[in-house]
Design a binder for this molecule. Structure first.
Ligand code: 2PG
Ligand code: MG
Length: 399
């Protein structure tokens, strides 16, 4: 019933106005799935390869589609993803593009769910999924590669950890976002928005910490549940010639570790992503040793959703959490394997969007299916609210 009978690929717009790959998968009993690849700006050095969409589509039509149509079953995700790997033949999807691969992989999962008549989170998570829902990490203030002339730290993320429900958590983040705008106004700081809809003011990181702390605490008082915040430092983007660049200032690795550890304690940070360069497993391990009992140290560019890099990290105790982005690795199977390896080793897996997104909502289902403690998918702006609203619908549907 779930045998794939057609795979079609097209170029569609992403949220930055760039082209990206969308896939439609049909099965013999009429199951249908559609998904689109997201795209990063602060991409990790070790990510699977994103090809220009026209090339990715042409290569996938030539190599992947013949191995999928009438050959594999959309309900068998490992079979679909193994065919994609075989069609590509490289380690990192450099032949058909991770953008084609991930769009097909996710579209097949949706087609499989459609045939079964189950929501995607149920199809992917199964009957023993559990009943937890992820806390949304909401990007409120940011800069780095997502907005020029703003903060050095890429993302300041609200985390409504005490919210009684997904829906209250989603609305709490939107309130923190709005409150941050008022505080910026009070300070006479104009702010445009970055790629993910976070405010991108020309303030120092120190000011951004203060604004974030104030916004979070005001909304915490208003709503009456605990809201904390976290960071994506995206430190690989700052690391050059052996030091971390904060505008004109620099920090050595030791100074960077001290700085992050101090911020964790001063602001009671719940989450710190990529505090160090993507090649610095030892630095990650040292920081995790120092503050890993009270915050999540999460590897994004460090692990790139790759089980080999994650295994290396586990060996040295680098990080206690991994960021999962299906397009960093190319298939849902690879992403699930990374989640499974992390959880077998006591690490949390956080599901994430990319800075370039579409209205695709697969990651909301993935977060629920994998029992993720957090999902990072923005705060406002259509391509972000698509996932957040889907999360609200899933929570409604699941009870
Ligand atoms: O660094 C990140 O975690 C992501 C998403 O916020 O950014 P990008 O997609 O640009 O890599
Ligand atoms: Mg990141």
């Amino acid at each position: 019933m779930t045998r794939i009978t057609s795979v079609s690929l097209r170029r569609v717009l992403d949220s930055r106005g760039n082209p990206t790959v969308e896939a439609d998968v049909l099965t013999e009993s009429g199951g249908f799935g559609r998904a689109a690849a997201p795209s990063g700006a602060s991409t990790g050095e070790y990510e699977a390869i994103e090809l220009p969409p026209t090339e990715a589509i042409a290569a996938a039509r030539r190599h992947a589609v013949p191995r999928l149509v009438n050959e594999v079953h959309a309900g068998n995700q490992r079979e679909v993803d193994a065919a994609l790997r075989a069609a590509d033949g490289s380690e990192n999807f450099s032949e058909i593009g991770a953008n084609s691969a991930v769009a097909i992989s996710m579209a097949a999962a949706k087609a499989g769910a459609d045939v079964l008549g189950a929501p995607l989170y149920q199809h992917l998570g199964g009957a023993f999924r559990g009943d937890n829902f992820p806390t949304p990490l909401g990007n409120v203030i940011g800069g780095g590669e997502h907005a020029k002339e703003a903060t050095n730290i890429q993302e300041f993320l609200a985390a409504p950890v005490g919210a009684p429900s997904v829906s209250e958590a989603v609305f709490a983040n939107a309130k923190v976002h709005a409150r941050a705008s008022e505080i910026l106004d009070e300070r006479d700081v104009p702010a445009a928005k970055g790629d993910e809809g976070a405010w991108a003011p020309a303030v120092s990181d120190a000011d951004a910490f203060e604004i974030m702390a104030e916004a979070v605490s005001d909304i915490e008082d208003e709503l009456g549940f605990e809201i904390r915040f976290g960071l994506d430092i995206a430190a690989s983007e700052m690391f050059e010639d052996g030091v971390y660049h904060y505008g004109d200032e620099t920090k050595t690795t030791d100074e960077q570790i001290d700085y992050v550890a101090e911020m964790v304690d001063e602001y009671d940070l719940v989450y710190v992503e990529d505090p160090l360069d993507e090649n610095d497993y030892e630095g990650f391990a040292e920081l995790t040793e120092r503050v890993g009992d009270r915050t999540l140290i999460c590897g994004d560019d460090l692990f790139v959703t790759n089980v080999d890099r994650l295994s290396d990290g586990i060996d040295v105790g680098a990080a206690n959490s991994i960021l999962i982005k299906p397009n960093q690795i190319g298939t849902l199977t690879d992403a699930f394997d990374a989640v499974e390896l992390a959880s077998r080793n006591g690490m949390d897996a956080v599901i994430s969007h990319r800075s370039g997104e579409t209205e695709d909502t697969t990651i909301a289902h993935l977060a629920v299916a994998t029992d993720a403690p957090f999902i990072k998918t923005g705060t406002v702006q259509g391509e972000r609210t698509a996932k957040l609203n889907e999360l609200i619908r899933i929570a409604d549907d699941a009870v």
